[in-house]
Design a protein around this ligand. Structure first.
Ligand SMILES: NC(=O)c1ccc[n+]([C@@H]2O[C@H](COP(=O)([O-])OP(=O)(O)OC[C@H]3O[C@@H](n4cnc5c(N)ncnc54)[C@H](OP(=O)(O)O)[C@@H]3O)[C@@H](O)[C@H]2O)c1
Length: 317
């Protein structure tokens, strides 16, 4: 990229474009939804709790009164919920982007499984998003859209082998989180290889927000209300952290900048903080063989096989 005049505060006009964001009830997902809606996009805000969703939509509308937003119940840890939400979101017009953001950031101390029988962090952060993207593949192809998977710097700081993705052995909360993010990154890159090979007009990109904390983020009723103690502690980390609003910059740029390309990894310019720029793919997520194995695992675990052939023939709408 020769010249970079991207201004996260002045996005291109996104009127007429439809985006779905997972986990938009707070944090990065809320601010990404806000930034997209502020640029005129139609945003499908999704979340697992109807009350928090309503609160989030109201908070967004207070800031962008004419925002075109709708809400949709979607629990990424529950495959039935993923399928039901996808069936509603497909709509009559294409989808221009999918932000696969929802995540458990503070995993339970002990290993827990979902109703579908999967380890809850892997299910929420990786598996549900694999299924959702597959279920929405035709809508995305119709919109000539893209999907953005949310990775993490933790995959660079704590590289781990992904031999046991559901951590049947040796579960720790940190391991569960990092592994889920390695899986998310590997799936995002593998998706792009598969979509290209099948000539599907969809790009798959991975982006990470750096280190973004609630205590460094402005207060918004019902969305971000950190205690004074949290503000104090988070501000001690000011040199290496940023607000969730800024963290959302990379996710949004990867989703809407025409110059962003499938297979790229985006992050803040200084690693943990800064402007959104292309970054280096973490070493642990570069192994294409491992990614292919993980893909097969997700196919079996979710019963979702991505409809590449149909997607490659889908007409624009
Ligand atoms: N913040 C960072 O520094 C950082 C760094 C690297 C990567 N990330 C990634 O960025 C993403 C968002 O992080 P964040 O900092 O914004 O976290 P957050 O403030 O804790 O927000 C997480 C969001 O995900 C939603 N969520 C959790 N489980 C869900 C489920 N089963 N179904 C649907 N939604 C669910 C939450 O909804 P509820 O309101 O219902 O709980 C919430 O909207 C995560 O994938 C995280 O791994 C964050």
């Amino acid at each position: 990229m020769a010249r970079d005049d991207w201004d996260p505060d002045r996005l291109p006009d996104l009127s007429g474009r439809r985006y779905l964001v997972t986990g938009s009830t707070r944090g990065l997902g809320f601010f990404a939804s806000l930034q997209l809606a502020g640029a005129g996009a139609h945003v499908i805000m999704t979340g697992r709790n109807p009350h928090r969703l309503t609160t989030a939509r109201a908070a967004l509308r207070r800031q962008v009164p004419d925002a075109e937003v709708e809400t949709l119940l979607l629990d990424t840890s529950n495959l039935g919920s993923v399928r039901a939400a996808a069936a509603t979101a497909r709509g009559r017009t294409g989808l221009h982007g999918l932000l696969l953001n929802a995540g458990i950031v503070h995993p339970p101390r002990q290993r827990e499984v979902t109703r579908d029988g999967h380890e809850v962090v892997f299910a929420t952060n990786a598996l549900g998003h694999y299924a959702l993207a597959g279920e929405l593949l035709l809508a995305l192809a119709a919109g000539r859209g893209r999907m953005v998977w949310v990775g993490s710097m933790s995959t660079v700081i704590s590289p781990m082998e992904l031999i046991d993705p559901e951590l049947e052995n040796d579960y720790t909360p940190w391991r569960a989180y990092v592994q889920s993010k390695i899986a998310t990154t590997a799936l995002g890159l593998e998706a792009d290889r598969r979509l290209r090979a099948a000539h599907v007009p969809i790009a798959s990109i991975v982006a990470h927000p750096g280190y973004a904390t609630g205590g460094r983020t402005r207060g918004i009723a019902g969305i971000n209300t950190p205690s004074r103690g949290k503000r104090f502690l988070d501000n001690l980390q000011a040199p290496i952290s940023q607000s969730k609003e800024r963290g959302a910059w990379t996710l949004v740029r990867a989703l809407v900048d025409p110059l962003a390309e499938g297979g790229q990894f985006w992050g803040p310019s200084r690693g943990a903080t800064g402007r959104p720029v292309p970054a280096t793919v973490p070493r642990v997520a570069r192994d294409a063989e491992l990614a292919a194995r993980l893909w097969n695992y997700c196919e079996h675990a979710t019963g979702t096989v991505w409809p590449y052939l149909k997607a490659s023939k889908t007409k624009r709408r």
